[in-house]
Write a protein that binds this ligand. Sequence first.
Ligand SMILES: NC(=O)c1ccc[n+]([C@@H]2O[C@H](COP(=O)([O-])OP(=O)(O)OC[C@H]3O[C@@H](n4cnc5c(N)ncnc54)[C@H](OP(=O)(O)O)[C@@H]3O)[C@@H](O)[C@H]2O)c1
Length: 326
Amino acid sequence: MIKQLPLGNNGPLTGRLGYGAMVLEGYYGASDDSTAVQALAKAIELGMLIDSADAYGAGHNESLAGQAIKAASSKPLVATKFGIVFDEGITGTELPTGWGFSLNINGTPEYAEKALDASLTRLGVDAVDLWYAHYPDPSVPVEETVGAMSKAVERGKVKYLGLSNVTEDDVRRAHAVHPISAVQYEYSLWRREAETELLPTLRELGIALVGWSPLGGGLLTGTVRSLDEGDFRHNNPRYSGDNLKLNRERFSPLIDIADSLHISPAQLALAWILHQGEDIFPIPGSRKPERLEENAAAVDVVLDQSVLDEISRIAAPGTAVGATLV
Ligand SMILES: NC(=O)c1ccc[n+]([C@@H]2O[C@H](COP(=O)([O-])OP(=O)(O)OC[C@H]3O[C@@H](n4cnc5c(N)ncnc54)[C@H](OP(=O)(O)O)[C@@H]3O)[C@@H](O)[C@H]2O)c1
C-alpha cells in the first residue's frame, strides 16, 4: 500500500500516486480487457486512486473499472469525469483543442445528471468518490455546472468535486459555489505551465493538483521511439514529425540521471513531481501491472536538492517542442 495523503483541504485520504486508466482504451497501443482488469486490480491493491472518465472508450473504461471494483477485497477510491459528449445524439459546444480536432462539451445541469447516473451504473457503485467536470463548457457558466454537481453531492451520489483543464478564474468561481477538492491539469517535466498561476491559486484555496500525463504520455520513460499507426499520440504535436526525435534528445539527459541513481526514468519523472509538493498527485497510466509496481516505488524515491535543481534545469519550461492540448 502506498503512502496516503489528504487530497486538498477538503478531500479524502488518497494514494500519493493515482492510476490513470485511460490507456486501457487502446489510445496508446492495443489493450485487452482481461489484462486491463488485472492492471486495475493491481492499482487497487497498491492503494491508488483510480482515474477514469465516461468519455474513455465511450463508457467502456468505467465498465472495466466496475469489474475491478466488484472483484476487489477493499473498496478503492474512484474518480470519474463527465462533459465530453461521446454520444452523437447529444448536443454540446465545440471546443477546438489545437491538436487538429475539436471536443464536444456539455456542462449543462440536465446533461450532468444524466451522465452521472450512467457513470454510477457502469462503475457499479452508489456514489462516485471524486467527480470532475472534464472541460469547462464554453457556453455554460462554471457556476451553473458546479451548482448541478453540488446537487449530486447533496443527493449522496458524489462525495467530492473536481475540475479539469480549467483556468485560475474558473477555479475561484467554482470554489465559491461548492468546495473543490482537486483540479486535474497536465503536469510533468515536459509541461510545467501549471506552476506559474494555476498551482499558486490552488495552494491559496487548499485544492490539490492531480497531474495528468505525468510521464508526458510515455516520452519521459525513454521507451517511446516511434508510434504505431492509429496511436492517438500522432495527434499530439510533441510526438509528430521531427518533434518526437527532438524531444527524445532534449529530455535524454534525464535518463542518464536516472541511471546514475539506479532508478528508472519513469520513477525519476514521477519522483520529481512528488517532490514539488504534498498537494500534487500524479496519475500515470500503464497497461502493464508490473509497471504499476515500478511506478508506485517512485513514492519512496528521495531526490536531494542538487539533483532536483539539475532535473529542473534540463526540463526547464519551454524545453519541449510542440504545442500542448487546451
Ligand atoms: N483530464 C484530462 O483531460 C486528461 C487528459 C489525459 C490524461 N488524463 C489522465 O491521466 C492519465 C495518465 O495520462 P496518460 O496516460 O496520457 O500519460 P502518462 O501516464 O504520462 O503515460 C502513459 C504511457 O506511459 C507508459 N508507461 C507507464 N509507466 C511506464 C514505465 N514504468 N515504463 C515505461 N513506460 C511506462 C505507458 O505504456 P504501457 O501501457 O505500455 O505501460 C503509457 O503509454 C490518463 O490515464 C488519464 O486518466 C486526463
